[in-house]
Design a protein around this ligand. Structure first.
Ligand code: GRF
Length: 237
């Protein structure tokens, strides 16, 4: 009887966009890289982002796409998308990426763009989310990983986790509590995406369900959203 050998599956190719410290990139490098996913490219909007060193240390290709080097954002995003696609990326992860991305960029990746945000969205979208939450006086903080759409931190939620901090009074207190949550949720979202476990609920297309296994009649979120209508630029960060 002939034996059937299973072919080992290649890790899922992922690109990460950064602008700064890169602790979320480090979490991805430490937990999913060369396992369920392969980080094939790290692109930064700034030349001096410590995140670039984290990637280079592990031999991950890096590049800088500074806005000042291009005539406009559309041209910058075209060059960025060209490079990421030349590296074979099938998912783009925004990990502290502080630039707006054009709708043309989002369309090229067919909805396969995710972001980590340090609040329980839809509360406190945009910049300085932790400061916004502290100013508001909330007692429960949290982290959201979501798909990126044309708005600011407005795409469908993939994962969220809350933490009660009734006495927090400084951004550093909150950040210290949120960091480990970010570093757990973002790699988990990448793992789920890589195994096509994120599916849109047909009854509510904002709701992202986590499927144990991918059935033939439920398309993964990214392919369902690949033909969504063009929108306006949105922000990372
Ligand atoms: C994180 O707080 C993330 O939620 C936000 O930007 C920050 C990036 O931090 N989008 P790091 O560069 O990954 O350390």
């Amino acid at each position: 009887m002939a034996s059937v050998e299973s072919t080992p599956q290649a890790p899922f190719p992922v690109a990460v966009l950064v602008s700064g410290t890169g602790t979320n990139l480090q979490a991805l490098l430490d937990s999913v890289h060369s396992r369920e996913a392969e980080i094939v490219a790290v692109a930064s909007s700034t030349t001096d982002a410590p995140a670039l060193t984290r990637a280079a240390t592990l031999g991950v290709p890096t590049a800088v796409f500074a806005r000042a080097a291009y005539s406009d954002r559309i041209a910058r995003d075209r060059a960025l998308a060209d490079w990421l696609q030349s590296r074979g990326a099938r998912l783009v992860v925004l990990a502290g990426y502080m630039e707006l991305l054009s709708s043309a960029f989002l369309e090229r990746f067919g909805g396969a763009v995710i972001n980590v945000h340090p609040s329980l969205l839809p509360a406190f979208a945009g910049l300085r989310a932790i400061e916004q939450a502290l100013d508001y006086g909330v007692k429960v903080f949290g982290v959201t990983v979501h798909f990126v759409d044309a708005g600011i931190d407005s795409g469908p939620v993939i994962l969220q986790r809350a933490v009660e901090l009734p006495d927090a009074s400084t951004p550093d207190d909150v950040l210290a509590a949120l960091r480990p949550i970010e570093h757990a949720l973002l790699p988990e979202a990448v793992r789920l995406f890589a195994r096509s476990a994120l599916v849109t609920d047909p009854a509510n297309r904002r709701r992202v369900r986590i499927a144990a296994t991918q059935s033939a009649d439920v398309a993964p979120v990214a392919s369902q959203r690949a033909h969504s209508e063009p929108g306006h630029p949105r922000g990372g960060g």
